[in-house]
Design a protein around this ligand. Sequence first.
Ligand code: AMP
Ligand code: MN
Ligand code: MN
Ligand code: MN
Length: 297
Amino acid sequence: MVPNKINGLIVADLHSHTRASDGSLSAAQLLEIAEARGVNLFAITDHDSVESVAAGRAAALERKVNYVAGVEISAQWRDVPIHVVGLNIDESDASLLAGLSSTRAMRTDRARAMGASLAHSGIANAFDGARRHATHPELISRSHFARYLVDSGVCASNGEVFSRFMKPGKPGYVPVNWMSVEAAIALIHGAGGCAVLAHAARYDTEALGGVSSLISDFKNLGGDAIEVICSGHSPSDWANFAALARRFELKASIGSDFHSHAESKVRIGDLPRLSPSLTPVWQGWSIAQNTVFPNRR
Ligand code: AMP
Ligand code: MN
Ligand code: MN
Ligand code: MN
């Protein structure tokens, strides 16, 4: 019997992407890296897709990694686009699948409009270019456009892309009427999961009372947790979001938001542990309490 708690600790990484959305690796590759990095509780959370969830679960069975199904839903708080991660979901839930399918349709429409907007600014063929980088035509993210803009020499780096393009006031920006936070939480709860507000430091909340106003609403709407430690947060954000989790009595999550070796600053599992003063999002999950890995090498 092999204990799942390496050095007695849960080593969690609960936010990552595969090629089903805008990551560069497969589910099996992510699980291989997670195991090698000592992660023993892992989730794949693709944007608006659960396509890789089953492959991740199958790969986890071959590794010393406990696994929960996840997704990262594109949603909207007032007019601010935000991401709500669903963890420990039933990925076959029909309402969840229908909601994700509608969201992907909005992505396709947005991608065409983004291509048109970039063409208007003199950048030709961006929709086709982005689509070539995407696994599925219905799951095109701004990352796929970014890869095209770098490959075609328009920008030198992803950083340059996201400062010059695809945000309010810049070429290629197309607002989308994503589902409400309430709807995202309802879909996740309907699928038996925990609703986690992703990387809240990244949102432009200043004109709307700041991030505490978003977190307060998220809690009041039934949200379960916030990401405290994640690649979108600086070390000073870790302390701020730990305090916000305690203040609003939300659980805490942790995740690298890994997309690819080339693009991601933070490697899988390469994050400090959550403070013991926080309630981890996995509290109460049977998978996080199971102390043996039957049938694993
Ligand atoms: P979308 O969901 O299509 O709006 O695209 C969001 C994705 O774009 C994120 O999940 C990241 O993969 C990527 N992204 C957004 N902002 C940045 C940034 N400043 N630098 C690098 N990648 C970014
Ligand atoms: Mn992404
Ligand atoms: Mn995100
Ligand atoms: Mn993500």
